[in-house]
Design a protein around this ligand. Structure first.
Ligand code: PLP
Length: 404
């Protein structure tokens, strides 16, 4: 069958659009019926009219309308929008952010290869490298993300991949995208950036020379805490291999989550601008409260890498951390006393969410170990949502006053 997405309107006037427009119009004409919302192709398979067509569908490049593990036309609309937003040639959807990361490392690496990654990443990233890929003979050197020279010094003759994530928990540290891309290019190493926190509204790593970007699309792309998805955006030479690996490992996104993702993407610019604004205002307000000893937000002038953040980001995201002068019990009491902010994992959605990184790490390591990773008992990680900023500031001030 002909995939609806193959039937795009001819591009008569090629114009360059800004992100808010791309998020809505990047794949106009994707459905021959004229439906403005994509149909949900709730099917596991697609028929071919002839044997020749079946063979072409089974073996052809990047074809979604064959068997639903190969992809789904609903998701095609989302992946085209993501590709445009990330300044990529193409994009691929996966069943989760970890599905995206697993697909990438399985596609690019083989036994005996070496990876340079940051000492601090999302926990699942480190876990896959240390606990899973290590079993298959792939080794990783973990370096200080704020020091590009450390990435270069860690390169070995068998280094194939450099992984960056910026900004990063817990202190919203920034990695210099251009410096890392330049180093990697000099040594013939592929670069990969986790752009989940920033989103392409604030930062487009491919424009700094990074080769592949991936997302937990569960977060800002979806934006409403209602789906689990991943996305990979890259230059065209990587896409075929990535897609073939995603279908080999079975990491494909389902049609309904693809549909929710399209719906989320359409308001991405609007939401991210408001997340940026709320987070900056809340960071500034928290700094002034006597029980708060430190606020970590790249948009604050006193963030140690504010200049670098400003050079590569156009907004600073909705993620921030702050320290209170207190132990874990005090931090937990503060969370209990907040009325508008929920204690929940995940980030990037309309609700403000807060967690105590120390309480999460205490389940798997000693206090000395998590302190060595820069996580104190009074540290709190906040995903600033889209509630009215005055209400959020009042909620935090009342709770902070309450523990004083
Ligand atoms: N990258 C970052 C920065 C994350 O925060 C997460 C999840 O929290 C992931 C990747 C993994 O994404 P998912 O939970 O969608 O598998």
């Amino acid at each position: 069958m002909t995939s609806p997405s193959d039937m795009k309107k001819p591009d008569s006037k090629k114009r360059t659009f800004k992100p808010a427009t791309l998020a809505i119009h990047a794949d106009d004409g994707f459905d021959p019926s004229g439906s403005l919302a994509p149909p949900i192709y709730q099917t596991s398979t697609f028929k071919a009219d002839t044997a020749a067509e079946f063979d072409a569908m089974a073996t052809g490049a990047f074809h979604s309308a064959f068997y639903a593990r190969y992809g789904n036309p609903t998701g095609d609309h989302a992946r085209r929008i993501i590709a445009e937003l990330e300044s990529a040639d193409d994009a691929l959807l996966t069943a989760s952010g970890m599905g995206a990361f697993t697909t990438i490392v399985m596609a690019l690496l083989a036994s005996g290869d070496h990876v340079v990654a940051q000492r601090v990443h999302y926990g699942g990233t480190i876990g896959l490298l240390e606990n899973v890929m290590h079993k298959f003979g792939i080794t990783t050197s973990f370096v200080d993300q704020t020091d590009p020279a450390a990435f270069e010094a860690a390169i070995q003759p068998n280094t194939k991949l450099m992984i960056v994530e910026t900004p990063t928990n817990p202190v919203m540290a920034i990695t210099d995208l251009r410096a890392i891309a330049d180093i990697a290019q000099k040594h013939g190493v592929i670069t990969l950036a986790d752009n989940t926190f920033a989103t392409p509204i604030n930062q487009r790593p491919l424009e700094f020379g990074i080769d592949i970007v991936y997302h937990s699309a569960t977060k800002y792309f979806g934006g409403h805490h209602d789906l689990i998805a991943g996305a990979i955006a890259a230059k065209s030479q990587h896409m075929e291999k990535l897609w073939r690996t995603s279908l080999a490992v079975g990491a494909t996104l389902n049609a309904f989550d693809g549909w929710l993702l399209v719906r989320g993407l359409r308001t991405l610019k609007l939401r991210v601008d408001q997340h940026n604004s709320n987070a900056l205002q809340l960071a500034q307000a928290l700094e002034k409260h006597p029980r708060v000893t430190q606020v970590y937000y790249p948009g604050l002038e006193n963030h140690p890498q504010h200049a670098l953040a400003k050079a590569q980001m156009s907004g600073f995201s909705g993620m921030l951390s702050f320290e209170i002068d207190g132990d874990m019990a005090t931090a937990n009491r503060l969370i209990d006393d907040l009325q508008l902010v929920d204690r929940a994992a995940s980030l990037g959605g309309v609700h403000s969410l807060i967690v105590s990184p120390a309480a999460m790490l205490a389940a798997v390591m000693t206090e000395d170990d998590f302190k060595a990773r820069g996580v104190s008992t009074g540290l709190l990680r906040l995903s600033v949502g889209l509630e009215d900023i005055d209400d959020l500031i009042t909620d935090f001030y009342e709770a902070l006053d309450g523990i004083s």
